[in-house]
Design a binder for this molecule. Sequence first.
Ligand SMILES: [Zn+2]
Length: 244
Amino acid sequence: MKAELEQLIALQKNDTSIRRLQAELDAIPERRAEIEKEFDQRAFEIKAIETQRDAARDARLQLESGMAEQRARAEKAERDLMSSTNAKAYEAAIREADAARKHISELETKMLEQMESFEQAEKTLGEREPEVARLRAEYDEKLVAFGEQTERQTEELAARRAERERLTAHLPPAMKSLYNRISTRIRDGVAVAEARKSSCSACFMSLRPEVMTKIRRGEEIITCDNCSRILYYIPAEQAQMTTP
Ligand SMILES: [Zn+2]
């Protein structure tokens, strides 16, 4: 029986690792999103400048098409002026040409402003290029490291599952089903608990001396009356080495 109890303890250690690894692998999307979020926060300022630069470029293009319209309007006014046959048409054409020229001048000023804004943003982006490159390199490194870590965890999980097969293959069926029944029912999945200082180390229920004696002997399966975990005893000198 002692050897089987030791196998149960080994199985418990292994199952605890499986749970931990599975939880970490299940959280891959969240863990990746965390890395991306950190990058986005640090790249926020740079993004804002890029947005500003793009907005300035778009605004300038918009102004250019307005400018083409006003030039066409001015040319038409010039033609009307040339072909005017009376004072009224002549004055109307003059007014129209003046209005178009005024509008062109306003558009030119606005275009200059947008060009300056674009150039300023480009200049800032250029200056901060090394910082951006470093940030991007750090981000890429983190993603690579994260990929490697999850790969290792996936491999370890497979190894732990194989180990579980190996450990349960040698357990008596009744013991195996008892273990599985307890571990699936208990929230943390820990089906075995050390009996320490005359109490269950999982739920702290105190254990009667005769129960403690049976657990020390390790000749039969003793479960905790309170939490139902399988109890085992480790002599004080080994205690630090074998706690699951
Ligand atoms: Zn207990």
